[in-house]
Design a protein around this ligand. Structure first.
Ligand SMILES: [Zn+2]
Length: 182
């Protein structure tokens, strides 16, 4: 904790005065261009890896950078996505995974998480993504003639299945349809 306190003092006395105009401008408004969804993992620092400034990214973080499918029960992730898209009007949505992700490893290897029941429940939001991903992997393993073309079509299924947006032709979903770069 002492390191955090010292870090905040350093920021307040050093970087804050140097960038006072930016922070004053952001004091009463925000216009982030990007919704950035990533893992809670301490090693992922969105503003650092994208070289963005305060106010540029609207960030959602959780275990495994998972976006639950759209449903009638409100959730923090869904509410944040709705706010970013419908209220802030973000132009881009990025779902950023990372290497050595504990959540994704647990899903991929079907780890028993009886000692972490809440985590286990949360990761079930990725069940559909895992099923699709497993099917794609099996298809890739099977086929002759499924070379580069097949690999190009293969994408982390989580990005496709867990995004709570209504796609053209789908019959359910929230009443907004942002441009999602999947
Ligand atoms: Zn992770």
């Amino acid at each position: 904790m002492q390191r955090l306190i010292e870090g905040f003092k350093k920021f307040r006395e050093g970087e804050y005065p140097e960038r006072i105009s930016l922070f004053q401008d952001l004091a009463t408004r925000q216009e982030p261009g990007t919704l950035f969804v990533t893992c809670s993992d301490s090693r992922v620092v969105p503003e650092l890896v994208t070289q963005r400034e305060p106010g540029d990214l609207f960030v959602i973080r959780n275990a495994g950078n998972i976006i639950p499918s759209f449903g009638p029960e409100p959730g923090g992730v869904t509410a944040s996505v709705e706010y970013a898209v419908a209220a802030l009007g973000v132009e881009d949505i990025v779902i950023c995974g990372h290497s050595d992700c504990g959540a994704m490893t647990a899903i991929a290897t079907c780890q028993c998480l009886e000692h972490l029941p809440t985590v286990a429940g949360w990761l079930h939001h990725a069940d559909a993504a895992k099923a699709v991903n497993d099917a794609h992997s099996a298809q890739l393993r099977r086929g002759p003639g499924r070379g580069d073309g097949a690999r190009k079509r293969h994408r982390p299924a989580q990005q496709h299945q867990n995004a709570p947006f209504r796609r053209p032709g789908s019959r359910s979903g929230p009443p907004y349809a942002p441009r999602v770069g999947l």
